[in-house]
Design a protein around this ligand. Structure first.
Ligand code: 5GP
Length: 229
């Protein structure tokens, strides 16, 4: 079967791009992603399903769809996830249909998922852009996790251990953004989103034909001697 990014589309509009952002928990990824969504037009975040309990201030349908293990397993059985993975003892998954609908509308979609999920997406979407956010250090990570409400000391320990192992996956990503300084990290992220959109391979051929080829055919004489490299 063809990967999803290669399947024929009904519309000639540009299909949305998929951006996958991973980082160890506490690296500042959630804040950065929220900010970047508000800065870059046409970029939307996919909302995942999770079996973990909401943290204080989190809202069902905004940060996540919070479901129980039974509901999550049903969704797996019905093949409703584009990817899913167990993370820190809970399950997390990206809803397949919502993702497809956003991309079909031409919206660029940001997936904030862990490295296991990112590797599953890699098998399905060969054109996605992979970004890894690096925390400044393990110490900085520990401090951020300790200041965040809602995680027990055991949970923090688990997250630090995972970070230690996970940063070595960095080679699987196209871009590394170091989050030492939030403003700089945001600048770098914005540069990635904007540059990826204007890559030559993403040029909409239908647009090019409509705006250029027709006119050139009508005035063949104009073409002579006009070719430059
Ligand atoms: P948290 O519980 O701190 O919100 O997220 C824990 C981890 O789960 C983070 O690394 C986050 O990126 C990851 N995560 C969130 N949603 C998904 C998802 O849909 N799929 C996968 N594979 N990981 C996710």
């Amino acid at each position: 079967m063809l990967p999803e990014s290669k399947r024929p589309r009904e519309s000639t509009e540009r299909r949305g791009l998929l951006f996958v952002v991973s980082a160890p928990s506490g690296a500042g990824k959630t804040t950065l992603c929220k900010e970047i969504i508000s800065i870059v037009p046409g970029l939307q975040q996919s909302i995942s399903y999770t079996t973990r309990k909401p943290r204080p201030g989190e809202v069902h349908g905004r940060e996540y769809f919070f479901v129980d293990e039974h509901q999550f397993q049903d969704m797996i059985q019905r093949n409703e996830f584009a990817e899913w993975a167990p993370v820190y003892g809970h399950s997390y998954g990206t809803p397949r249909q919502a993702l497809a609908e956003m991309m079909e509308k031409g919206l660029d979609v940001l997936l904030e998922i862990d490295a296991q999920g990112a590797m599953q997406i890699k098998k399905r979407f060969d054109d996605a852009v992979y970004i890894y956010i690096m925390p400044p250090s393990l110490e900085a990570l520990r401090s951020r996790l300790q200041h965040r409400a809602g995680d027990s000391p055991e949970e923090i320990q688990r997250r630090l251990q995972k970070a230690r192992e996970e940063v070595w996956n960095y080679r699987e990503y196209h871009y590394i953004v170091r989050n030492d300084d939030m403003k700089q990290a945001l600048k770098e992220l914005e540069a990635i989103f904007l540059s990826e959109r204007i890559k030559t391979k993403r040029l909409d051929i239908a647009w090019l034909e409509k705006n250029f080829i027709k006119e050139v055919d009508e005035k063949p004489a104009d073409r002579q001697g006009s070719v430059t490299t």
